[in-house]
Design a protein around this ligand. Structure first.
Ligand code: ADP
Ligand code: MG
Length: 337
């Protein structure tokens, strides 16, 4: 039977390629399909990190919902986040553009400026790309190279039972921003809340400094960035590491704007925090005796402290505490098909 992509699902499709790819590949390949970046051994103690992410119109963004500047920023930022998730520093980008013939120069220039602003902030050079005509929808794809000392690369696969699970920042706000963008009913929301949440959704700030610091200090055992939703991305760490996790929702900070807007939409803000996605914060595990030192040292070094949200278990389930009972988490988060 010929299954369609809808029933294969995003990860089913990826698996078709993973099965055919040499794994792990030639001698310089330290990690291929299955982590936030591929990891290539460059010799001299350095690893090259490579990632690529596409943004497509009407799936990842609406032309009406984001300024071209924001689309440029976000296209770059989501890739940088994957480099951060391995503990690396971003370095060089290649830009793939699928452009519809009606698109104006003004749009392209604004997009360029957003992209280059993000590149400048994170010290990325734009070194090439490809430009093609598309019939209906815009497509922005970036391939990003980064680097890290070979012995500091942090994968998804080394979490251990008993590790503390931590997040690097707020989750849920991006999903709230997305909901505001899609709202045609004009619900009453404070304009400062709207601005804050839209910014979280449209101008994410990948946590490169945190990822680098965790890697340098050897603090994180496993790490991923939250792009598809906390529980779904945690699932990737669990499967790669062969462990489970218990997440305590009471530990997850929910900002006031998030709570207020969730209330206006009659949504449980935790649904956005656990399943919303596009937060681009780091989710990582640390040996449990390091938690206090880590929080203190991170506050001193970077001015903020990561937030413990649970712990890794022998698994394989991911469980969430609900009314003092641990229950297996429902599948949540973004999937393409
Ligand atoms: P992320 O959310 O961190 O960008 P994804 O969930 O998109 O990661 O991808 C998971 C893994 O599958 C990554 O290692 C990625 O490089 C790989 N992958 C995704 N699509 C393809 C594809 N079409 N061919 C080969 N590998 C792919
Ligand atoms: Mg990722």
């Amino acid at each position: 039977m010929d299954r369609n992509s809808g029933s294969l699902g995003e990860f089913g499709i990826i698996d078709l390629f993973r099965q055919a790819a040499d794994s792990p590949g030639r001698a310089w390949v330290r990690a291929g399909i299955g982590d936030d970046c591929a990891v290539l051994d460059m010799g001299g103690g350095t690893s090259l990190l490579v990632t690529t992410d596409l943004l497509t119109e009407d799936v990842h963004f609406l032309r009406s919902g984001a300024s071209p500047w924001q689309l440029g920023w976000k296209s770059m930022a989501v890739n940088i986040s994957d480099i951060a998730a391995m503990g690396g520093s971003p370095a060089a980008a290649f830009l793939g553009l699928g452009i519809t013939p009606d698109l104006g120069e003004k749009f392209i220039l604004e997009f360029r400026d957003g992209l280059m602003a993000c590149a400048a902030e994170y010290r990325v050079d734009l070194l090439g790309g490809d430009t093609v005509r598309c019939r209906n929808d815009l497509v922005f794809g970036i391939t990003l190279l980064g680097r890290a000392p070979a012995d500091q690369v942090v994968t998804r696969g080394r979490a251990r039972p008993g590790d503390r699970l931590m997040i690097g920042g707020a989750v849920g706000e991006s999903a709230a921003g997305l909901r505001l963008l899609g709202d045609e009913t004009g619900r009453t929301v404070r304009s400062a809340d709207r601005e804050h949440l839209l910014k979280a959704h449209l101008e994410p700030r990948p946590q490169v400094a945190l990822g680098r610091w965790l890697a340098r200090e050897g603090m994180a055992r496993a790490m991923i960035d939250v792009s598809d939703g906390l529980l779904q991305d945690l699932g990737h760490i669990c499967r790669s590491s062969g462990v489970g996790a218990d997440v305590d929702p009471e530990l997850i900070p929910l900002s006031e704007p998030l709570r207020r807007v969730a209330d206006a939409f009659d949504v449980d803000p935790l649904d956005w925090a656990l399943g919303g996605g596009e937060d681009y914060v780091l989710l990582f595990t640390v040996p449990d005796d390091l938690e206090d030192d880590l929080c203190r040292a991170c506050r001193d070094e970077l001015g903020f402290s990561p937030i413990p949200v649970g712990e890794m278990t022998t698994g394989p389930a991911i469980r969430v505490r609900r009314n003092s009972q641990w229950v297996e988490a429902e599948p949540a988060g973004f999937t393409h098909f």
